[in-house]
Design a protein around this ligand. Structure first.
Ligand SMILES: [Zn+2]
Length: 197
């Protein structure tokens, strides 16, 4: 994502300890802080599966809310796919600007529906290290949240109530070269065109 070229100074710092990024108030925390929440708080209290599930849900809720707020400024009567794509791109741009890594949309098909996002330099994977399990649960939920909003909003896709699910297909923490999030209709393999209706 060529954010560095497009936005020279995304952060605005105000008096009184207020930092804004694209008009949203943000805070800066060290990567260790995120790792500590993920590993020492959530995993120790909830176990691996429970911690992954909670992090997915946090990502989902935050992204869905982001899409609702951002979507208010867009018209959805024309170019529906285009507007939903814009929301997804802006969401990933925000993540990039906040230092979560570099995000690339590899596939985005609202009709299947399916989205594949590659993440390089994922903060979650880097801070948790080579654990052998998937680390980037916030983005599994986050990408799903944006797709869910898009499907509900874009009525011409004709499947607003379709059930979707996400997973991290590849993760640096599992030894892969990069991380890859896949969100698709439940029961479908979005890497092929074989639809299981
Ligand atoms: Zn990962």
């Amino acid at each position: 994502m060529d954010l560095e070229k497009d936005i020279k100074l995304p952060y605005e710092v105000y008096k009184g300890g207020v930092i804004r990024l694209f008009e949203k108030r943000v805070v800066v925390v060290p990567a260790d802080f995120i790792a500590s929440i993920n590993e020492e708080v959530l995993k120790s209290k909830l176990g691996l599966k429970g911690a992954q599930s909670v992090r997915r849900q946090i990502g989902f809720e935050a992204a869905f809310e982001y899409a609702k707020n951002y979507g208010k400024n867009l018209k959805f009567d024309k170019n529906l796919d285009c507007n939903c794509k814009i929301i997804m791109e802006k969401y990933l741009e925000m993540a990039h600007a906040r230092g979560w890594g570099d995000f690339f949309i590899e596939e985005l098909d609202f009709d299947k529906p399916c989205i594949v996002v590659r993440i390089e330099n994922s903060l979650e994977a880097e801070s948790l290290g080579k654990t052998g399990v998937s680390s980037c649960q916030y983005w599994v939920g986050g990408v799903a949240g944006i797709l869910k909003y898009s499907l509900e909003k874009c009525i011409n896709h004709n499947h607003p109530k379709v059930s979707i699910d996400g997973r991290e297909e590849k993760c640096v923490s599992k030894g892969d070269e990069y991380c890859e999030i896949v969100v698709e209709r439940t029961g479908k393999n979005c890497m092929t065109d074989e639809l299981m209706d």
